[in-house]
Design a protein around this ligand. Structure first.
Ligand SMILES: Nc1nc2c(ncn2[C@@H]2O[C@H](COP(=O)(O)OP(=O)(O)OP(=O)(O)O)[C@@H](O)[C@H]2O)c(=O)[nH]1
Ligand SMILES: [Zn+2]
Length: 376
């Protein structure tokens, strides 16, 4: 007897307040507004995305907070700038001579042009606790798919919170990725015949705050009681849609659909975590850095990101909602195997998913094999 997958839409749940607060803060940060982040110690900082730093926005932040602004960068970015040894977490950079918009741009953005190197001799660097407000603001910038850098200012102790400035808790920022994944529900599904897999359906999953959807392409009628042939595919606009030859994503996407189609049944989860979780705009910055000589991993580090910022809680949640307990995972990436197992999905088998180089992506494939543990 087979157990068909469950593709009935889940009930609409009200969005939990912490998810809404983070979602709003993301939007504010992206549009260049000042927000307030409150840390575990209840202290508040006012912050601005480093990408939004201009002479005017810095002056505005200084007036709102009644304090001098400082820059917050990841320990990775500080490391590649050679200002301190690379380290996890975030760091506070105070500039005695005053923080300028040009200094923000030069320090936060490795692909910035036409900006003179600032005088870094007056810089003071302070490591930040992960649960403090300023460190959380960098996590928020990552959620906003901006450069992982903010400008912050701490109002004097006892100062009243300003009216009209959005307040978000550091703890809610930290919990957001997992909470958003837990809140995913199946919203809609439809039959979509695909080249190489005509008996296919696409199901969409949306988090409770109305954030970006993830998709499941269900081919044939997988049996939920058996290990299901499954591919976790991270979104790659350039490779999947445009056929970019810089990576192997397009081949892997179409190859997985064809392979699952031939096998008769299986699932491809199409995860909205473009550019290994840094977003398309940052991935284009990473490509520019790669054209300057960095490999795909070092380009991420130059930007201040980890080499891979993806999480697999959404994938595990989608599989659970569909009723899949065990998978035969189409991947060369051991991190995917480990992550799914850690999130309660049995990986009964790893099925290699290798495609020949196309003449443009040799270095990319070589780096994946030699530096990120891909099994080719
Ligand atoms: N940051 C960054 N992301 C890239 C680059 N090239 C491709 N990507 C992204 O890398 C991800 C590749 O996803 P997958 O093919 O699912 O993952 P993988 O780690 O290669 O693992 P398997 O293909 O399963 O072996 C996609 O999100 C792409 O957008 C790059 O140079 N920089
Ligand atoms: Zn790609």
């Amino acid at each position: 007897m087979t157990t068909p997958l469950d593709t009935t839409p889940g009930p609409t749940q009200p969005a939990p307040a912490p998810l809404i607060a983070v979602d709003r803060a993301v939007a504010e940060l992206r549009r260049g507004a000042v927000i307030a982040v409150r840390g575990a110690d209840r202290r508040v900082v006012y912050v601005l995305a480093a990408e939004a730093a201009t002479p005017d926005s810095l002056a505005n932040l200084t007036t709102l907070a009644g304090a001098k602004p400082f820059l917050v960068l990841t320990g990775r970015r500080v490391g590649v700038l050679d200002l301190a040894p690379a380290q996890p977490g975030a760091m506070r950079l105070d500039m005695a001579s005053g923080l300028t918009a040009e200094a923000c741009a030069w320090l936060a953005d490795p692909v910035v042009r036409d900006v003179a190197r600032p005088d870094t001799s007056t810089l003071t660097l302070t490591p930040l606790a992960d649960d403090c407000a300023a460190a959380a603001s960098v996590a928020l910038a990552k959620l906003a798919r901006l450069l992982p850098a903010t400008v912050a200012a701490v109002p004097p102790a006892g100062a009243l919170l300003l009216q009209g400035v959005l307040v978000v808790e550091a703890a809610d920022i930290a919990a957001y990725p997992l909470n958003a994944a837990r809140s995913l529900r199946l919203v809609s599904q439809a039959r979509v015949p695909l080249l190489g897999a005509e008996n296919a359906r696409i199901a969409s999953f949306r988090p409770a705050d109305g954030g970006i959807e993830h998709l499941a392409i269900i081919i044939g009628d997988p049996d939920g009681e058996q290990p299901v042939l499954t591919r976790l595919h991270s979104e790659c606009f350039t490779g999947d849609l445009l056929g970019s030859l810089r990576c192997d994503c397009g081949d892997q996407l179409r190859g997985a659909i064809a392979e699952i189609g031939q096998a008769g049944a299986g699932i491809l989860l199409y995860l909205s975590q473009e550019g290994r979780g840094i977003g398309l705009v940052n991935k284009l910055r990473a490509y520019e850095l790669q054209d300057g000589g960095f490999d795909t991993l070092d380009a991420n580090l130059q930007l201040g990101f980890d080499d891979d910022e993806r999480i697999y809680h959404p994938a595990a949640r989608m599989l659970a909602l569909l009723g899949v307990k065990s998978v035969r995972l189409l991947t060369n990436n051991p991190r995917k195997v480990d992550a799914l197992a850690a999130h309660g999905v049995v990986v009964a088998e790893r099925v290699p998913h290798i495609f020949p180089s196309n003449g443009h992506n040799q270095n990319y494939l070589h780096t994946k094999a030699t530096r990120s543990g891909h099994m080719f």
